[in-house]
Design a protein around this ligand. Sequence first.
Ligand code: FAD
Length: 500
Amino acid sequence: MTADDRRDVIVVGAGPTGLAAATLLGQYGLRVAVVERYQDVYPLPRGVHLDDEVYRILHRLGIGEAFAAHTRPAAGLRLVDDRHRVLATFTRHGATPAGIPQANMFDQPALERLLRDRLESLPQAEILGGHEMVRLDTSDAGSVGARLRRPDGSTVDLRAPYVVACDGANSAVRGQLGIGDDDLGFDQRWLVVDVRCALDLDAWDGVHQVCDPHRAGTYMRVGQDRYRWEFRLLDGENASDFEGIPDLRPLIGPWTRTVPDTGLELLRCTEYTFRARVARRWRDGRVFLAGDAAHVTPPFIGQGLCTGLRDAYNLAWKLAAVLRADADPALLDSYEEERRPHATTMIRRAKGMGQLMTGGGRIASLARRHLIPALARSQAVRRTLLDSRTPPLTPGTRISRSTPRAVRGALLPLVRLAGPGGEPVLVDEILGERTTVVALPGTDLAAVPGGHPSAWLTVDPGGDGGERLLARWLLDAGVGWVRVDPDRVVGAAGPARWAR
Ligand SMILES: Cc1cc2nc3c(=O)[nH]c(=O)nc-3n(C[C@H](O)[C@H](O)[C@H](O)COP(=O)(O)OP(=O)(O)OC[C@H]3O[C@@H](n4cnc5c(N)ncnc54)[C@H](O)[C@@H]3O)c2cc1C
């Protein structure tokens, strides 16, 4: 093996998770090879929604501004019954403090194109398109070998200290390592329909969930002229029963009455089996699973791709820190500790939404008709459903258990602060790639565990806009400082009594 065959990290799979992981690693200056069996972006639409936390990751990947041209905000969520009577509407009123919408609709191939272009702009990173990873060699204690089949059928070997397997739901790496998964108990066949239409459909501009045990469905506007429906298939039905718009009319009719068949271009109509599963282990020595290779979810709350990007974001800085000898390799244990419970929670939420739409028979439908409007009037339910924040990460190797609960494992709120020229910039741009202490004025930084931090940011409650919001967040949590890692997760915090 020559130096040419060595990398710092090999990433298997150039889906959104692999591209995001490799880009972050490349931004840390690491030599990364992404092995992808296809030559180019997988052209068919799948994911259509991402939340503000994941949009924040896109900014860190350097494609936040470019993504803005490919996305539109969704107005919220509406639950309707089998006759399309509104049960409840949860309207999202605008954006987060940094101006990022909570729900963002997009087309997955367009996002993957942006991710690819960004990765290809990094000198240390490369995509080996048309290369299939056929076998990993994990026999060496210090590195992992990957045998690849080139487009001409010949093979080539690469070696790296770490491999990140982002090779999708049927992960060959997971299979080779003999890692099973926990079945969270969801298995349904759904029809996925993508349509282009130049006319506006006469429909409320958010996500519609049809709560109907006979024919549950989802509708959403994805782009200026792009629409997505998903319908549960009945026994004996399959995608070939719905080959054209006239076949689909009985399903999409409630949203498309005002548009003639000629105004609706069917882009794709296909069947997916929605499952809820989590790999039992996310790590085997120097190999990590991420994205759909580690978890699959029904798409009802639009979190599959989001979860993969969160994995990549959590793992990349830790790998970089360990490879640069800035952190103990034990830090890598925190990846599974933190990400597995979080992913499991998000899958359970998706499953819950699926059950709300599909569960029970006529009696359950009647109950839903009365219960959902009543629940929707509760402020607590509205707050929970409209809050796009996901749960905090589990404490363990990285996140100190003694950190006050209000901030432990939480993300530092995304705000805009004054940049070098006074212009508003995202706080993440100011924090950069370091671990930073964010503190109220007067905090005794010498009292922060681990010694005087090399980077800190002081936020004054009397400051402007974003600075005041961050200070308020610390005060409300009853802390004077938080330690924020490069993934913006709070790993430690200290009491407010140190603050003035
Ligand atoms: C109908 C539908 C709707 C969805 N809606 C949403 C949504 O709204 N929001 C959301 O967040 N998610 C959504 N998802 C989920 C989302 O599409 C997936 O979670 C996401 O694509 C997973 O990304 P990934 O990179 O982990 O895996 P993949 O996208 O599957 O990528 C894996 C890559 O690995 C490559 N590969 C596999 N094996 C090898 C090998 N041996 N050698 C080389 N390359 C290999 C594959 O070719 C592929 O390119 C939806 C999914 C579906 C099906």
